[in-house]
Design a protein. Sequence first.
Length: 356
Amino acid sequence: MEDVQKIHLHYKPVANPGVNHYCLRRTSVASTSARAAAAKANGETEVVMWALSWYYGPVEKAFEAKYPFLKLKIWDPPGDELETKLIAEYKAGKYSPDLLTQDAARLRHEHEAGILQEYDWPNTKGWPFQPPHKFWVLDQLSTRMPMYNTKLVAPTDIPRKWEDLNSSKWAGKALISTSGSNWVIGFAYELGDVTAAGVNWDRSIKFWKDVIKTTNPRVLSGFQGPLELLVAGDANIMLMAAGTTGLYNIRRGAPIDFSPFTKTYGDPWHIAMPKNPPHPNAAKLLADWLTSDEGSLVYSNLFPNPTVNPRIADKTYANQFYKNRGVEIFTLPAEMGTDKNYTDAARVWRQDIIGR
């Protein structure tokens, strides 16, 4: 019912292998207690996670209720500041974060810089879409689709496929972001232009350059800022929006919605542990909690993004949202999600397509 490329949200994403299979592989109570005791003995009173696009409150509260002796501190900088500061600090021998949560492209850069360490991720056995190594774990997927203002776009004008974006009806009424630039590799993959041999960008570049020429969109950065303009009615459509911020605003009652696509690319989000974490035992407690059923449910519902944890997929807001709409979410097979492909995708989106 599933393969390495896609996850159907019409049902549980993996076949049920039996309760005992998962119980045997989850973090044991004994090991968790031992780590908590080690953290206390080592004088660890906090754990620091550097993240992108964070919504403060629910995760910190739940984790601290589980481990009252630890304070979870989040640093959520704008844009590329996290990656730049992290690499600079490690070159200088300074170690600030215990854990990282980021997209694949940034983690690859940090891995190349020798910053990440391998970890066992004991709660994730059986999760789909995992890399062939242990430097990070893929835990969520952020969808990429157009979004429109439901008060300004008539039902008959709603784009129902990518080709519907190349229309003069959106001229001067559209937004586009330079952020999330590596997403275009998912678009090329859906066209059949990504193979183990490499990527043919010709069709993707032509399609999006035509859309931009026709619609003349306002070019911005980030996702939340442009989405706020869409919510306010300053534009009719955002040509490519992130499911993370989009679904967060839909849940809050904003007058926006996704185009009713039945298939969409999910940009992978990961958790990673850097070398030399300042609070090593607390880092493992946080890593194990975020990938536990309890923690991944809170974490998935926060953003909200679809989780790849098959044990809780039927409980999360995002998974049920897309399931109820019959949406299939796919991502790249691991062998195609190479550093070169993601780096090229970012360049194609920003330079070749948008021209920035």
